[in-house]
Ligand binder design. Structure first.
Ligand code: HEM
Length: 486
């Protein structure tokens, strides 16, 4: 037992080292943090949370074996919402308020998501609002021009599908669900194909909490630094340029922009898990497929149901207590870390009729309060359109492996299949049916800084050649080197 344990257990504590399946049905509050890792947790996290819940609505959990990296996990939906809404101001999103960070000695990959950084999610109050404002405005713009946004996503989805439709087999997670949100976000942030593969691999490492998370995070930092430098010289109709404009040329705030991009790119991968989870659900439920075929249920309905049955973002690890508080019968000390289990909370709020109650405002899946997800509409567009195009083009898709052999990615933060192999009748003429043109202005912004689409000269030509290379990427060929030999 370490000094950092939430309770002081007498020696010989019967729960020390116990895993959730070894616990009695109505267990007393745990004296030691319970493991949030291991085969049983990874196999069925929702069942695991149900067992944890037997201890009470809030339990101490740990993510490393030594127990130095522990937190209070909130398993109850009402308490989780209270903490997220933070009406009394008892909780902070700022990792600098974490009292025991230095006790986590090993380089745990989850730490990369908890580093104090310049992005909005790490800040409270007015500082948070300042960083969030340009992003919310940009997403509102996308919504206002949702026809263009939808066309953009549809074109990308079709191009990705055309890349594998003729083969008769694909990995829907790797070839499609993982890529679509990243490509949309790259378009939104004004990032071109030169960085595509590195961004894709690095985001995967960070958000899946892999041992390579540190390197992935560093690579992303360096890419976004380069993108910021480029956008300062040559602003475009993109979110990076928009955030830079809001920064008003102040150096400190310019540095924040790369961190904002880092965070949004990682956050967008939640969308991939959401899409893959939904594909798996549809492929493994023949009744559901029949309902979709007969237009009794849409793929969007199924996706929405998945938001509360098995939220793609399982656990939100970034709250710390600003004072000693009692939460769900537990004494939380100032500086203690709190994790909001959206998965445990969502699975306790199932309506009787799965399709009756929820739009995409599913309970807590998008968070609550000032930090609630600002990209809900965009994420919904990506998932609904991605699924619609997939099942439109490949209606006979079937899983290649039995469902119990589907490989899952680590479940600590985002839960989704690591791989989703499928087969289908090859479709040979798909790329003739899809628009060949990558949009010249990646995403539409009503107002954009200094950008003049009629501008002649190098900047406009560079933009055009970058668009071409991204098109090559999407089509699965090697990107052409843009002008200037980059
Ligand atoms: C394009 C895709 C996405 C982007 C760009 C995005 C972006 C963001 C950003 C920037 C925040 C931080 C907001 C703040 O601190 O003020 C956030 C929070 C959040 N997002 Fe998303 N997100 C995306 C998709 C999703 C999806 C698919 C889900 C799950 C269904 C999700 C769930 C959440 C939740 C629960 C929070 C709140 C976290 C907290 O309370 O600290 N997001 N998202």
């Amino acid at each position: 037992m370490t000094t950092s344990s939430p309770h002081r257990a007498p020696s010989g504590c019967p729960l020390h080292g116990a895993t959730a399946d070894q616990l009695p049905p109505s267990a007393p509050p745990p004296r030691e943090p319970l493991p949030l890792y291991g085969a049983e947790f990874e196999r069925d996290p929702l069942a695991y949370y149900t067992k944890l819940r037997e201890y009470g609505p809030v339990v101490p959990v740990k993510v490393n074996e030594s127990g130095t990296f522990w937190q209070w996990m909130v398993l109850d939906p009402d308490l989780a919402r209270d903490v997220a809404q933070n009406r009394q101001g008892w909780f902070s999103n700022d990792p600098r308020t974490w009292a025991r960070r230095e006790e986590v000695q090993e380089n745990h990959p989850l730490l990369r998501l908890l580093d104090p950084r310049g992005h909005m999610q790490c800040h409270d109050g007015a500082e948070h609002a300042r960083r969030r404002r340009p992003v919310v405005e940009a997403f509102a713009d996308l919504e206002q021009h949702s026809l263009q946004t939808r066309r953009f996503i549809t074109a990308l989805a079709d191009k990705l599908i055309a890349g594998f439709a003729h083969k008769g087999e694909a990995d829907i997670e790797i070839d499609f669900a993982h890529r679509l949100p990243l490509l949309v976000m790259m378009g939104l942030l004004g990032i071109d194909a030169r960085y595509a593969e590195e961004v894709e691999a690095s985001v995967h490492e960070v958000i899946r909490v892999t041992p390579q998370a540190h390197d992935g995070s560093r690579r992303l930092d360096s890419i976004f630094r380069r993108v910021v430098v480029e956008k300062l010289k040559d602003p475009g109709p993109d979110l990076t340029s928009r955030m830079l404009k809001a920064a008003g040329g102040k150096r400190r705030e310019i540095n924040e922009v790369e961190s904002q991009s880092w965070f949004m790119m990682n956050a967008s991968l939640t969308t991939a898990a959401w899409m893959s989870n939904t594909v798996l659900e549809i492929l493994t439920d023949t009744e559901l497929r029949a309902q979709i075929r007969d237009a009794r249920v849409s793929v969007g309905d199924v996706a929405n149901r998945g938001l509360w049955q098995a939220p793609p973002l399982q656990n939100v690890f970034n709250r710390w207590a600003l004072k000693d508080v009692e939460l769900g019968g537990c004494q939380i000390k100032r500086g203690d870390m709190i994790v909001l289990s959206l998965a445990a909370s969502g699975s306790r709020t199932r309506p009787d009729d799965p399709f009756s109650a929820v739009g995409h405002q599913a309970y807590l899946a998008w968070g609550a309060g000032s930090h609630a997800c600002p990209a809900q509409d965009l994420a919904c567009h990506i998932v609904y359109i991605g699924l619609e195009r997939l099942f439109l083009h490949l209606p006979g898709m079937e899983l290649t492996v039995p469902v119990d052999q589907v490989e899952w990615a680590p479940a600590l933060v985002v839960r989704g299949p690591a791989s989703l192999p499928v087969h289908f009748s090859p479709v040979h003429d798909l790329d003739r049916g899809v628009s060949a043109e990558w949009p010249q202005q990646p995403l539409y912004f009503a107002e954009h800084p200094h950008y003049d689409s009629a501008a002649s000269g190098t900047a406009a030509n560079d933009r055009s050649s970058r668009s071409n290379s991204l098109r090559s990427f999407v089509r699965g060929r090697s990107p052409r080197t843009p002008r200037g030999g980059r």
